[in-house]
Write a protein that binds this ligand. Structure first.
Ligand code: NAP
Length: 411
């Protein structure tokens, strides 16, 4: 029997965890712009790590599915139904960046994927790799995992253009029925829905992650001092959820000081909250006091990009969009169109997204091999242009060479 025919769709436990698997079929989307370059560099890294860790007893069976410009050219649609079906069938995928088509009927392909599959948690681990040029004095103090709510907030797409008849209707309703007289007649309006359902399932995921990974705290990030019934409610529902479901495993920050003299008992996770603007300051001034962050959609978007910049930039920022069971792992940067086809950019983002994917499969040994080899490659100052231009005495590698060097450093 060939390896090819061993491929299986992953299965889940009742708790939504991936069951142990040896030959998973994993759909991949190369992506647009620099996508094909970073994917070509990354796939051999994943395959080598799995082979070194497990010999022939485990192997990923890759299955290309199309989205973005390649899909438009081959199948006449930016997001073909057959691609969506493959992802749904296999419950997992990894992707490069996708161009947002102008006039293609989508606000953004990424947002469409999140909505179609209800991928409610955007998970972005942010850590420092020793030797990466960073703009802050102590980037090594940053080790956070951001859980950003992905389906609600001002991203939900309920927006009306200034001057449109819909907007005029809404403004009239708000003024006449709800007494919001301060509204200007020429305003455009966006709606910010935040629900207990959406907030609690995201925060539950963040707390569950903290428990399973021995993390010390979960911080609820919000702008509730101003937006009480949306952002403020997010934090309130977070504390409620923690009490309802994890009373034995968590304490609040207030309890930490009132009852435990500022020192959390072993095994207890501290639930705290921060106003979003203060959190940006804290991320710069006292990053080592923060661990897992649970955020609303817009705050999480800004905060995760700011944090990744603090540790050295987008080329090394991994991410995953996760639903109840389905997960799509993705490079978090865009298509960097000016570098298309130049074999130049840093494939680290999609490689580290693959590390998250291997951990999701429970293949931690392969994941660790990649993380260590990436660290060694950076420590040896053999890096792509984005890092080379900021490092003294570094050797400039192409995108493909960076991948090959990681593979060599694994062996
Ligand atoms: P971008 O593609 O992320 O590129 C902005 C800059 O970031 C690049 O010019 C480059 O900086 C740096 N960069 C990005 N990826 C890098 C990598 N792998 N290695 C090293 N440096 C990297 O952002 P954009 O130009 O705003 O967006 C371009 C397109 O991507 C748009 O169509 C947008 O909609 C789309 N997009 C897609 C996704 C996604 O699919 N997840 C996410 C964001 C944007 P230097 O110029 O300094 O070298």
């Amino acid at each position: 029997m060939s390896d090819q025919s061993k491929g299986k769709t992953i299965e889940f436990t009742d708790a939504g965890k991936v069951k142990p698997t040896d030959y998973p079929i994993i759909p991949f989307i190369e992506g647009d712009g620099v996508g094909p370059d970073i994917w070509a560099a990354a796939q051999p890294v994943f395959d080598s790590a799995v082979e070194i860790a497990y010999g022939s007893s485990k192997k990923i069976e890759w299955k290309e599915v199309y989205a973005g410009e390649k899909a438009q050219q081959k199948l006449g649609s930016y997001l073909p139904d057959e691609s969506l079906k493959e992802i749904e069938t296999h419950q997992i995928a990894i992707k490069g960046p996708l161009t947002t088509p102008v006039g293609g009927g989508f606000r953004s392909l990424n947002v469409a994927l999140r909505q179609i599959f209800d991928l409610y948690a955007c998970v972005r681990p942010i850590r420092y790799f020793d030797g990466v040029p960073a703009p802050v004095k102590h980037p090594e103090k940053i080790n956070m995992v951001v859980f950003r709510e992905n389906t609600e907030d001002v991203y939900s797409g309920i927006e009306f253009e200034s001057g449109s008849s819909e907007c005029a209707k809404l403004i009239s309703f708000l003024k006449n029925e709800l007494g919001k007289d301060q509204l200007r007649d020429d305003a455009g309006i966006g709606i910010k829905p935040i629900s207990p359902f959406g907030s609690k399932r995201l925060i539950e995921r963040a707390i569950q992650y903290a428990i399973e990974n021995n993390r010390s705290s979960v911080t609820l990030v919000h702008k509730g001092n101003i937006m009480k019934f949306t952002e403020g409610a997010f934090a309130k529902w977070g504390y409620e959820l923690a009490q309802e479901k994890y009373a034995d495993q968590v304490i609040t920050e207030a309890q930490l000081y009132d009852d435990y003299n500022g020192k959390a008992p072993a095994g207890k996770i501290v639930i705290k909250d921060r106003i979003a603007d203060a959190m940006f300051q804290q991320a710069l001034l006292r990053p080592d006091e923060y661990d897992v962050l649970a955020t609303t959609n817009l705050n999480g978007d800004y905060l995760s990009d700011a944090l990744i910049a603090q540790v050295g930039g987008l080329g090394l920022g991994p991410g995953a969009n996760m639903g109840k069971t389905l997960a799509i792992f993705e490079a978090t940067h865009g298509t960097a169109p000016k570098y298309t086809g130049m074999d130049k950019v840093n494939p680290g983002s999609v490689i580290l997204s693959g590390v998250m994917m291997l951990e999701h499969l429970g293949w931690n040994q392969a994941a660790t091999l990649i993380t260590n080899a990436l660290q060694k490659t950076i420590s040896n100052k053999t890096v792509t242009y984005d890092l080379e231009r900021q490092m003294d005495g570094a050797k400039l590698l192409k995108c493909s060479e960076f991948g090959q060097t990681i593979v060599q450093n694994m062996r």
